[in-house]
Design a protein around this ligand. Structure first.
Ligand SMILES: [Mg+2]
Length: 457
């Protein structure tokens, strides 16, 4: 795993120490001896994880962290606060400033490396999603990482897996202001629970007498439905081997008993915020894919989608010896609509035309806006005679009811011409099929419009 780590500390010896340990693990290391230099580096170069000293002259670590998280160009970089004071209040303040984790000086070697590795893994995933999202220019998601007061609008759903009733009670009470907690003392039942419901976080308390809590963590990571749910492990102080194994398994964070309620709340909110950020990135990637294959005006599929999907339907029909028909339809004298009533009226007609196509085609048919006032309907498992009936029905749907124009509430008579073609043994490619239908459409236009013409078999 190659990643670039920025070490920020005002004391050169501290910088050297962390640098040496990171270099030994083949990380690429940058250093800064004050907050301003750190902010500057993060703006100008690529940084994967920041190890940030808290006590520094000038601006302290908390403020550096706040500034990084408030800047959309740097808010996604994970920050690990390095503090000399093992004060819960310090930790909570750091987490509120948006820190993703913290380490206490003197820094424990194994903790340092496993935390950095786990954050690098997380950042790699986030980066990937960010790149895809940026393509869609859908960057409203950045606001999610701006931590501010850590407020989360929607109440979070937390699954608590805890072997003891009294500690369940304490955790539920502490989280009450920020999350609805479902508690379970049966790890296997909890796994099903997690797979079946949309939780924002799973807290696993390692206090079972005869069950290894890491088994549940690893099962959560391997199930498709639960692998993105953050896991927070609660363990005994000193149980370092378990913590290290847990982080290697993909557990996102841990707490040591006795639990400080403030820290529990802060860590819970950090995990939930991060999950929601990644969820939104994922959604926007999915939406941008949908956007790429959807026609903005009509909501039908666009030409790009048709080109790729027709090939699939065509090959499948050929391989199975099933019929396949397509219909190309074009609104008659559409240019006159635009010229006489304006482009908004033209858009009204296109939209209504698409609505009527949608209400006429059957479930398995694929309707697309092919461009301008031209539409294509692909009809799988449909022979020529059935395709002709469907096209004729659509033609009637267009002709018999005038189209409403939004601007002045007037109505317009619209007709359409249609050409259909059906896959025959002589048709080798989807392009040929489209061409046949296009020629039939041309004949329909030449013969006086407002009619259906089938390509000669
Ligand atoms: Mg310092």
């Amino acid at each position: 795993m190659t990643a670039r780590i920025l070490v920020v500390d005002d004391i050169p010896a501290n910088v050297k120490l962390l640098e040496a340990r990171l270099l030994a693990e083949y990380f690429d290391v940058l250093t800064a001896d004050n907050g301003y230099a750190a902010l500057d580096l993060c703006e100008k170069t690529h940084v994967d994880v920041i190890l940030l000293d808290v006590m520094m002259p000038g601006i302290d670590g908390f403020e550096v962290c706040e500034r990084l998280k408030a800047n959309s160009r740097t808010s996604h970089i994970p920050v690990v606060m390095v503090t000399a004071l093992d004060q819960p209040s310090d930790r909570v303040r750091g987490l509120k400033a948006g820190a993703d984790d913290f380490l206490t000086k003197p820094v424990n070697d194994l903790q340092l490396i496993s935390r950095v590795k786990s954050l690098v893994r997380l950042k790699t995933l986030t980066d990937e999603l960010r790149i895809r999202t940026e393509a869609a220019r859908n960057m409203g998601v950045e606001d999610m990482l701006r931590t501010g007061d850590g407020r989360i609008d929607e109440i979070a759903q937390v699954l608590l897996v805890d072997g003891r009733a009294n500690s369940q009670e304490r955790i539920i009470k502490a989280l009450k202001p920020v999350a609805a907690v479902t508690a379970s003392s049966d790890p296997q039942a909890a796994l099903f629970e997690a797979a079946e419901n949309a939780f924002d976080l799973v807290i696993v308390n390692a206090n079972f007498d005869d069950y290894d809590p890491l088994r549940l963590c690893s099962q959560l990571r391997s199930l498709e439905r639960t692998r993105f749910i953050p896991i927070l492990l609660v363990t005994d102080s000193g149980d370092e081997p378990m913590i290290i194994r847990a982080l290697d398994l993909g557990v996102n964070d841990y707490l040591v008993r006795p639990i400080d309620p403030n820290e529990l709340v802060a860590r819970t909110l950090t995990q939930i915020r991060r999950k929601r950020y990644n969820d939104r990135l994922r959604t926007s990637v999915r939406e941008s894919i949908e956007l790429a294959v959807t026609d903005g005006l009509t909501g039908l599929h666009n030409r790009r989608y048709l080109d790729s999907h027709l090939k699939v339907l065509f090959n499948r029909a050929q391989a199975r010896g099933r019929p396949l028909s397509i219909c190309i339809t074009d609104i008659d004298r559409f240019k006159q609509v635009n010229d006489t009533y304006g482009h908004d009226a033209g858009d009204d007609v296109i939209r209504e035309f698409a609505t009527r196509i949608r209400s006429t085609v059957r479930g398995a048919d694929l309707a697309c806006r092919y461009g301008g006032e031209e539409f294509v309907v692909v009809m799988p498992d449909t022979a020529a005679d059935a395709a002709a009936l469907i096209a004729e029905r659509l033609r009637g749907m267009i002709e018999h009811r005038p189209f409403a124009l939004k601007a002045d509430g007037s109505f317009l008579d619209v007709t359409a011409s249609m050409g259909i073609a059906t896959l025959t043994p002589g048709t080798d490619t989807p392009e040929q099929l489209l061409k046949q239908a296009d020629r039939a459409l041309y004949q329909a236009k030449s013969a006086g419009r407002n009619r259906v013409v089938a390509a000669a078999a």
